[in-house]
Ligand binder design. Structure first.
Ligand code: NZQ
Ligand code: ZN
Length: 383
């Protein structure tokens, strides 16, 4: 184990915490409030945020779409540059926060903003950013990652740098009251897969990372089994905090990480519009089977410690079946049906995009080449 670890995002967790925005943003700042399609106008979050900004100078930018695009965020960058904005407040889910991170970096760069996503521009500075989270799922509220899509070419790419990590994150579980069931289920599944991407690799005997990952996975199982009690303060608070802890850097410190499910899933979202979490459930079980040679040990550990399975030679296989049942219990499918073309054409399209994006050797062992990705997609794409 060898790592450097810090998570500098100040978390303001709990009911009523939106008012912490006032103290968290320097009073002399000129703020751009960025939000999505308007859910915050319907559930009172916008009113609470603007009340908290009443002593600040601020303007707003709305219309960030799920799976944010550079086309939309470039419009926010133009406002930032024209109006001398020096602080961004993102109010929304992962899409609004990721789009805001992109804008924060693009505001300090005079070239083509897409260079940030391709790596042609290495981000070293960005505007400071804070956020009010409205959908627990991605962990974007306290990490340095962002995923942005170029709509023109259906490229969905990620970048990661500490300079765009939010300075603070308000996490008030009350904001979840208006979340549709579909988004709550998505949040559980996305957080679940984030943990798996950092846990289902090769056994390394990292007791803290493994033990905490298992605790978080067990939380998500309990919350899913109590889905009928979702209109409950405790349920909401536990999901919000669990999803945050799943991707804030802690359980991934010093251990191998996979992320192949995410990389292939991003292509499904970009090509077929599948919700992010749903793209993961479509890919992951098939990927785990394909990579059994490397993942058997950790799947067995997960079977015992998370699902309470007792064993047998097929413990790892049983664990994957349990993972599938977990997704199905949330009405989340494990095969792609959203492709309009025939199966062979859909697989070729995904493989083509993986190739375009240089995603030729995925996973903790770089063992998922395009030929393994093709085998995975053979199982993941419905006829
Ligand atoms: O746009 P509005 O009107 O706000 O509606 C949103 C959106 O339609 C709605 N919503 C959010 N909060 C709500 C609400 N509706 C009612 N009440 C509320 N309180 O939910 C819809 C989905 O929102 P979105 O932000 O797209 O969802 P999510 O948080 O799942 O974010 C997904 C994006 O994050 C990326 C994904 O790729 C995807 O683009 N990810 C970011 C990561 C990161 N930065 O670390 C990691 C993840 O693996 C993921 O890739
Ligand atoms: Zn994810």
């Amino acid at each position: 184990m060898k790592f450097s670890y810090v998570n500098p995002t100040q978390i303001h967790f709990g009911q009523g915490q939106i008012e912490a925005v006032t103290e968290s943003i320097p009073s002399t700042s000129k703020v751009l409030l960025i939000y999505g399609g308007g859910s915050i106008k319907r559930n009172g979050v916008y009113d609470q945020v603007t009340a908290a900004l009443s002593e600040h100078q601020w303007v707003e930018f709305s219309g960030v779409e799920p799976n944010p695009t550079r086309e939309t965020m470039d419009k926010a960058v133009a406002i930032i540059k024209a109006q001398g904005i020096d602080y961004i407040l993102a109010v929304g889910g992962g899409s609004v926060i990721d789009g805001s991170k992109f804008a924060a970096a693009a505001a300090k760069y005079d070239g083509d903003s897409w260079d940030i996503m391709t790596g042609a521009h290495q981000v070293t500075e960005a505007l400071p950013l804070g956020c009010v989270l409205t959908l627990p799922a991605t962990g974007s509220e306290s990490n340095g990652a962002a995923v942005v899509t170029k709509a023109a070419t259906k490229d969905k790419l990620a970048f990661i740098t500490p300079v765009v990590q939010p300075k603070f994150a308000v996490m008030d579980p009350d904001v979840m009251k208006t979340l549709p069931e579909r988004q709550l289920a998505n949040g559980i599944v996305d957080a679940w897969v984030h943990i798996c991407e950092q846990y289902l690799t090769s056994p390394a005997g990292a007791m803290v990372q493994d033990g905490y990952a298992e605790a978080l996975l067990k939380n998500l199982r309990v919350l899913a089994s109590q889905f009928d009690q979702r209109d409950n303060d405790q349920w909401r608070a536990n999901l919000m905090w669990t999803a945050n802890q799943a991707l804030n850097g802690l359980i991934g410190a010093g251990v191998a990480q996979d992320w192949a499910t995410h990389m292939i899933g991003h292509e499904l979202t970009a090509l077929y519009g599948v919700d992010h979490a749903r793209s993961l459930a479509i890919v992951q079980p098939h990927l785990l089977r394909n990579q059994m040679k490397y993942k058997r040990g950790k799947l067995e550990q997960m079977g015992r410690n998370v699902f309470g399975l007792t064993g047998g030679d097929d413990l790892a296989e049983q664990t994957i079946v349990e993972i599938e049942l977990f997704y199905h219990s949330l009405q989340v499918a494990t095969q792609l049906t959203e492709h309009e073309s025939d199966k062979a054409h859909a697989i070729d399209a995904v493989i083509g995009q993986l190739e375009n994006h240089g995603l030729l050797e995925l996973g903790e062992n770089q063992s998922i080449t395009l030929s393994e990705s093709r085998e995975i997609l053979q199982m993941a794409v419905a006829d």
